[in-house]
Design a protein around this ligand. Sequence first.
Ligand SMILES: [Zn+2]
Length: 256
Amino acid sequence: MGADLPVLEVDLGTGVRAAFTTRVGGVSVGGYAQLNLGLEVGDDPRRVRANRDAVARWLGAPVAFAHQVHGAGVRIVSRLPAAPHVVVGEGDALVTRSTRLGVGVLVADCVPILLADVASGVVAAVHAGRRGLVAGVVLRAVDEMVAEGARLPQIAAVVGPAICGACYEVPAAMQAEVGSVVRETTSVTSWGTPALDLAAGAAAQLRDRGVRHVSRVNVCTREDDRFYSHRRAGTTHGATGRFAGVIRLLEPPATA
Ligand SMILES: [Zn+2]
Protein backbone atom coordinates (compact mmCIF):
# COMPACT_ATOMS: atom_id res chain seq x y z
CA MET A 1 0.00 0.00 0.00
CA GLY A 2 1.10 3.62 -0.39
CA ALA A 3 2.50 5.09 -3.56
CA ASP A 4 1.28 2.04 -5.49
CA LEU A 5 -2.36 2.36 -4.35
CA PRO A 6 -4.55 1.15 -7.25
CA VAL A 7 -6.48 4.29 -8.19
CA LEU A 8 -7.91 5.62 -11.43
CA GLU A 9 -5.39 8.39 -12.08
CA VAL A 10 -6.46 11.24 -14.37
CA ASP A 11 -4.34 13.75 -16.27
CA LEU A 12 -5.22 17.37 -15.54
CA GLY A 13 -1.83 18.74 -16.53
CA THR A 14 1.76 18.74 -15.38
CA GLY A 15 2.02 20.02 -11.84
CA VAL A 16 -1.12 18.42 -10.49
CA ARG A 17 -1.88 14.93 -9.17
CA ALA A 18 -5.47 13.71 -9.38
CA ALA A 19 -7.38 10.45 -9.15
CA PHE A 20 -10.58 8.66 -8.37
CA THR A 21 -10.06 5.99 -5.75
CA THR A 22 -11.58 2.51 -6.05
CA ARG A 23 -12.71 -0.07 -3.50
CA VAL A 24 -9.29 -1.70 -3.66
CA GLY A 25 -6.31 -1.16 -1.35
CA GLY A 26 -7.80 -0.44 2.08
CA VAL A 27 -8.52 -2.16 5.38
CA SER A 28 -12.32 -1.87 5.72
CA VAL A 29 -14.38 -5.08 5.74
CA GLY A 30 -17.90 -6.30 4.91
CA GLY A 31 -20.00 -4.00 2.78
CA TYR A 32 -17.37 -1.28 3.29
CA ALA A 33 -14.51 -3.34 1.87
CA GLN A 34 -11.84 -2.24 1.24
CA LEU A 35 -10.97 1.43 0.74
CA ASN A 36 -14.01 3.17 2.25
CA LEU A 37 -13.15 6.84 2.78
CA GLY A 38 -16.50 7.94 4.24
CA LEU A 39 -16.60 8.63 7.98
CA GLU A 40 -20.39 9.13 8.04
CA VAL A 41 -21.57 5.77 6.68
CA GLY A 42 -21.25 3.53 9.76
CA ASP A 43 -17.78 2.08 9.14
CA ASP A 44 -15.14 1.78 11.87
CA PRO A 45 -13.52 5.26 11.97
CA ARG A 46 -10.07 3.80 12.70
CA ARG A 47 -10.22 1.82 9.47
CA VAL A 48 -11.46 4.86 7.55
CA ARG A 49 -8.57 6.94 8.89
CA ALA A 50 -6.10 4.23 7.85
CA ASN A 51 -7.69 4.27 4.38
CA ARG A 52 -7.44 8.06 4.20
CA ASP A 53 -3.77 7.79 5.22
CA ALA A 54 -3.18 5.43 2.28
CA VAL A 55 -4.69 7.98 -0.09
CA ALA A 56 -2.58 10.75 1.49
CA ARG A 57 0.55 8.69 0.87
CA TRP A 58 -0.41 8.24 -2.77
CA LEU A 59 -1.15 11.96 -3.17
CA GLY A 60 1.91 13.07 -1.19
CA ALA A 61 -0.21 15.24 1.12
CA PRO A 62 -3.20 14.87 3.45
CA VAL A 63 -6.63 15.42 1.91
CA ALA A 64 -9.21 17.92 3.17
CA PHE A 65 -12.85 16.81 3.01
CA ALA A 66 -16.02 18.77 3.84
CA HIS A 67 -19.29 17.69 5.40
CA GLN A 68 -21.30 17.30 2.19
CA VAL A 69 -24.94 18.42 2.26
CA HIS A 70 -26.08 18.23 -1.41
CA GLY A 71 -26.01 22.02 -1.66
CA ALA A 72 -24.09 24.59 -3.66
CA GLY A 73 -21.66 25.69 -0.96
CA VAL A 74 -18.03 26.15 -2.03
CA ARG A 75 -15.24 26.39 0.53
CA ILE A 76 -11.81 27.90 -0.08
CA VAL A 77 -9.34 25.71 1.80
CA SER A 78 -5.89 26.90 2.82
CA ARG A 79 -5.17 24.54 5.71
CA LEU A 80 -6.36 21.26 7.15
CA PRO A 81 -8.94 21.31 9.94
CA ALA A 82 -7.43 21.67 13.41
CA ALA A 83 -7.84 18.57 15.62
CA PRO A 84 -10.27 17.21 16.70
CA HIS A 85 -12.24 18.28 13.63
CA VAL A 86 -12.20 15.93 10.69
CA VAL A 87 -13.82 18.19 8.11
CA VAL A 88 -13.15 21.75 6.96
CA GLY A 89 -16.83 22.59 7.39
CA GLU A 90 -20.00 22.21 5.39
CA GLY A 91 -19.92 22.33 1.62
CA ASP A 92 -19.99 20.36 -1.62
CA ALA A 93 -17.02 21.86 -3.40
CA LEU A 94 -13.52 22.64 -2.21
CA VAL A 95 -11.07 25.01 -3.88
CA THR A 96 -7.43 25.43 -2.92
CA ARG A 97 -4.22 27.18 -3.98
CA SER A 98 -2.17 25.26 -1.43
CA THR A 99 0.47 22.70 -2.40
CA ARG A 100 0.55 21.35 1.14
CA LEU A 101 -2.81 19.60 1.01
CA GLY A 102 -5.17 17.88 -1.38
CA VAL A 103 -8.92 18.44 -1.62
CA GLY A 104 -11.42 15.64 -2.07
CA VAL A 105 -15.08 14.74 -2.34
CA LEU A 106 -16.82 11.50 -1.32
CA VAL A 107 -19.28 9.71 -3.60
CA ALA A 108 -21.14 6.46 -4.27
CA ASP A 109 -23.24 7.24 -7.42
CA CYS A 110 -23.16 11.07 -7.22
CA VAL A 111 -20.78 12.79 -9.65
CA PRO A 112 -17.23 13.66 -8.54
CA ILE A 113 -15.59 16.40 -10.61
CA LEU A 114 -11.94 17.46 -10.45
CA LEU A 115 -10.73 20.76 -11.90
CA ALA A 116 -7.33 22.38 -12.31
CA ASP A 117 -5.78 25.50 -13.71
CA VAL A 118 -2.18 24.54 -13.18
CA ALA A 119 -0.77 27.76 -14.68
CA SER A 120 -2.69 29.85 -12.15
CA GLY A 121 -2.23 27.34 -9.34
CA VAL A 122 -5.87 26.68 -8.47
CA VAL A 123 -7.54 23.26 -8.12
CA ALA A 124 -11.00 22.09 -7.04
CA ALA A 125 -13.04 19.01 -6.18
CA VAL A 126 -16.83 19.02 -6.58
CA HIS A 127 -19.58 16.67 -5.34
CA ALA A 128 -22.62 16.96 -7.60
CA GLY A 129 -25.65 14.80 -6.97
CA ARG A 130 -29.10 15.53 -8.33
CA ARG A 131 -29.80 18.29 -5.82
CA GLY A 132 -26.36 19.85 -6.03
CA LEU A 133 -26.50 19.95 -9.80
CA VAL A 134 -29.85 21.78 -9.70
CA ALA A 135 -28.58 24.10 -6.94
CA GLY A 136 -25.62 25.05 -9.16
CA VAL A 137 -22.65 23.66 -7.25
CA VAL A 138 -20.72 22.99 -10.47
CA LEU A 139 -21.19 26.56 -11.71
CA ARG A 140 -20.34 28.06 -8.34
CA ALA A 141 -17.16 26.00 -8.05
CA VAL A 142 -15.94 27.32 -11.42
CA ASP A 143 -16.81 30.89 -10.36
CA GLU A 144 -14.88 30.49 -7.11
CA MET A 145 -11.85 29.12 -8.97
CA VAL A 146 -11.90 32.23 -11.15
CA ALA A 147 -12.26 34.43 -8.06
CA GLU A 148 -9.14 32.70 -6.70
CA GLY A 149 -7.17 33.58 -9.84
CA ALA A 150 -7.95 30.80 -12.31
CA ARG A 151 -8.56 31.68 -15.98
CA LEU A 152 -11.44 29.90 -17.72
CA PRO A 153 -9.56 28.90 -20.91
CA GLN A 154 -6.88 27.27 -18.76
CA ILE A 155 -9.17 25.18 -16.59
CA ALA A 156 -9.24 21.45 -17.28
CA ALA A 157 -12.01 19.33 -15.79
CA VAL A 158 -12.73 15.62 -15.54
CA VAL A 159 -16.12 14.19 -14.67
CA GLY A 160 -15.59 10.98 -12.71
CA PRO A 161 -17.35 7.64 -12.17
CA ALA A 162 -21.07 8.03 -11.37
CA ILE A 163 -24.35 6.21 -11.86
CA CYS A 164 -25.13 6.39 -15.58
CA GLY A 165 -28.16 7.61 -17.47
CA ALA A 166 -29.22 4.03 -18.27
CA CYS A 167 -29.28 3.06 -14.55
CA TYR A 168 -30.45 6.09 -12.57
CA GLU A 169 -34.22 5.63 -12.58
CA VAL A 170 -36.30 8.48 -11.13
CA PRO A 171 -40.00 9.41 -11.11
CA ALA A 172 -41.14 11.21 -14.26
CA ALA A 173 -41.91 14.40 -12.31
CA MET A 174 -38.37 14.47 -10.88
CA GLN A 175 -36.88 13.89 -14.32
CA ALA A 176 -38.90 16.84 -15.65
CA GLU A 177 -37.92 19.08 -12.76
CA VAL A 178 -34.19 18.42 -13.11
CA GLY A 179 -34.38 18.49 -16.91
CA SER A 180 -35.96 21.94 -16.79
CA VAL A 181 -32.81 23.22 -15.08
CA VAL A 182 -30.19 21.08 -16.86
CA ARG A 183 -31.63 19.81 -20.14
CA GLU A 184 -28.78 17.37 -20.77
CA THR A 185 -29.67 15.24 -17.72
CA THR A 186 -32.81 13.81 -19.37
CA SER A 187 -32.33 10.11 -20.01
CA VAL A 188 -34.03 6.71 -20.20
CA THR A 189 -33.10 3.56 -18.28
CA SER A 190 -32.05 0.41 -20.12
CA TRP A 191 -35.49 -0.96 -19.13
CA GLY A 192 -37.31 2.03 -20.66
CA THR A 193 -38.29 4.24 -17.70
CA PRO A 194 -37.48 7.91 -16.92
CA ALA A 195 -33.91 8.48 -15.79
CA LEU A 196 -31.28 11.13 -15.16
CA ASP A 197 -27.75 11.35 -16.52
CA LEU A 198 -26.08 13.53 -13.92
CA ALA A 199 -22.58 13.25 -15.42
CA ALA A 200 -23.86 14.50 -18.78
CA GLY A 201 -25.55 17.37 -16.96
CA ALA A 202 -22.38 18.28 -15.07
CA ALA A 203 -20.30 18.21 -18.26
CA ALA A 204 -22.85 20.45 -19.99
CA GLN A 205 -22.81 22.94 -17.12
CA LEU A 206 -19.01 23.09 -17.21
CA ARG A 207 -18.99 23.82 -20.95
CA ASP A 208 -21.82 26.37 -20.61
CA ARG A 209 -19.77 28.18 -17.94
CA GLY A 210 -16.84 28.45 -20.33
CA VAL A 211 -14.64 25.50 -19.35
CA ARG A 212 -13.20 24.32 -22.67
CA HIS A 213 -11.35 21.21 -21.58
CA VAL A 214 -13.92 18.79 -20.19
CA SER A 215 -13.36 15.04 -20.23
CA ARG A 216 -15.42 12.20 -18.84
CA VAL A 217 -14.35 8.91 -17.29
CA ASN A 218 -17.58 7.25 -18.50
CA VAL A 219 -17.68 4.54 -15.85
CA CYS A 220 -21.01 3.63 -14.23
CA THR A 221 -20.74 3.02 -10.49
CA ARG A 222 -23.87 0.84 -10.40
CA GLU A 223 -22.54 -1.46 -13.13
CA ASP A 224 -18.82 -1.47 -12.28
CA ASP A 225 -18.17 -3.02 -8.86
CA ARG A 226 -14.69 -1.53 -8.63
CA PHE A 227 -16.60 1.42 -7.15
CA TYR A 228 -19.07 1.90 -4.31
CA SER A 229 -22.68 2.38 -5.42
CA HIS A 230 -25.51 3.47 -3.15
CA ARG A 231 -28.11 2.14 -5.58
CA ARG A 232 -26.40 -1.24 -6.07
CA ALA A 233 -25.95 -1.66 -2.29
CA GLY A 234 -29.62 -0.83 -1.76
CA THR A 235 -30.63 -3.92 -3.69
CA THR A 236 -28.18 -6.20 -1.85
CA HIS A 237 -26.89 -5.65 1.70
CA GLY A 238 -27.46 -1.95 2.32
CA ALA A 239 -24.14 -0.90 3.84
CA THR A 240 -21.66 0.60 1.46
CA GLY A 241 -18.67 2.90 1.53
CA ARG A 242 -17.60 6.00 -0.33
CA PHE A 243 -14.83 6.41 -2.84
CA ALA A 244 -13.25 9.79 -3.53
CA GLY A 245 -12.10 12.18 -6.18
CA VAL A 246 -8.88 13.77 -4.90
CA ILE A 247 -6.62 16.42 -6.37
CA ARG A 248 -3.45 18.20 -5.30
CA LEU A 249 -1.24 20.93 -6.71
CA LEU A 250 2.39 19.84 -6.67
CA GLU A 251 5.27 22.04 -5.60
CA PRO A 252 6.81 23.77 -8.61
CA PRO A 253 10.21 22.27 -9.42
CA ALA A 254 13.05 24.20 -7.80
CA THR A 255 14.78 26.55 -10.25
CA ALA A 256 18.56 26.47 -10.30
ZN1 LIG B 1 -25.23 2.29 -15.48
